[in-house]
Design a protein around this ligand. Structure first.
Ligand SMILES: Cc1cc2nc3c(=O)[nH]c(=O)nc-3n(C[C@H](O)[C@H](O)[C@H](O)COP(=O)(O)OP(=O)(O)OC[C@H]3O[C@@H](n4cnc5c(N)ncnc54)[C@H](O)[C@@H]3O)c2cc1C
Length: 246
């Protein structure tokens, strides 16, 4: 049996950390980067680019809302953690991020698990909307140098775009959601970026991610075990995430 394409899973103890915003950077009109610091981050671990942490938001009714976000970057020595927030119409996470300023506090939990996919594929195709770009950008920084990577990224409009990490062998295609039929536009733009064995990552609104996954497997004929597809949000529902892999 081949020892290629190993998938390793890590589980960690549940752990809550208390963070303070130290810097706010507007990446684009709809994307804000917050850098947090805390002594609690000295032993923060995140082993995979599509890990997620839980962010906790106290609600006016006393309830606590939890939302999933990607640890975009972290530095144990500097005791810092970076999270990129896609801003949309409403929701506790978006409302908090819109107003967050240095000195503001946030509780987080996790990541409780990491799924590490061996970086031994011949190419990578990374497809996602603004909520997936933190995971995609992290993967662009972490993949081995020179391996062919294609990104297909969806934002509302061209003015929402921001620079992705540069790397040799990278092609980026931008899609504007405002032009309609998001999954259709993405599928029309897709081609596999190399020969040999590739890995496809898809994360977007759940129905959009599902339609892209179907196209990649059924129309492009890509092996389903090398496709990781996730719904990072669900249209019309709060705080839900949905793993749509079979
Ligand atoms: C594993 C994982 C990692 C994620 N990483 C990130 C990340 O790093 N950065 C990030 O920005 N998001 C990320 N998300 C997505 C984020 O968790 C959701 O967008 C979440 O719903 C936002 O919470 P909220 O409180 O702002 O809105 P909610 O209260 O959850 O939703 C309110 C309303 O807004 C809608 N909505 C939610 N998200 C969007 C959106 N992006 N655009 C338009 N409408 C939306 C909902 O359908 C609902 O109708 C991730 C999700 C998962 C599952």
């Amino acid at each position: 049996m081949s020892d290629k394409h190993q998938v390793t899973r890590i589980r960690r103890e549940r752990r809550r950390r208390s963070l303070t915003v130290s810097e706010r950077i507007e990446l684009s009109p709809s994307m804000v980067r917050l850098i947090f610091t805390s002594p609690d981050l000295a032993d923060f671990e995140s082993a995979a680019p599509d890990d997620h942490i839980k962010l906790f938001f106290e609600q006016p009714d006393g309830e606590r809302a939890m939302r999933d976000y990607t640890p975009r970057a972290f530095d144990n020595a500097a005791q810092s953690l970076t999270i990129d927030f896609a801003l949309h119409q409403a929701g506790p996470a978006t409302e908090w991020a819109m107003r967050a300023q240095p000195g503001d506090r946030l509780g987080i939990g996790g990541p409780q698990g990491s799924t590490i996919v061996a970086d031994d594929f011949d190419w990578y195709l990374l497809i996602g909307d603004e909520t997936a770009l933190p995971a995609i950008c992290r993967r662009l920084e972490e993949l081995r140098p020179g391996v062919p990577v294609a990104v297909v990224a969806v934002m509302d409009s061209a003015s929402d775009r921001f620079d992705l990490p540069a790397r040799e062998g990278l092609t980026v295609t931008w899609i504007n959601r405002s032009e309609g039929d998001e999954a259709g536009q993405v599928n029309a733009a897709l081609s596999l970026p190399g020969s040999g064995e590739g890995y496809v990552f898809i994360a977007a609104e759940a129905e959009v991610a599902r339609a892209i996954r179907t196209h990649v497997i059924e129309t492009l004929g890509h092996p389903r075990q090398w496709v990781k597809a996730s719904g990072y949000w669900i249209k019309g529902q709060s705080g839900s995430d949905k793993n749509i892999d079979d």
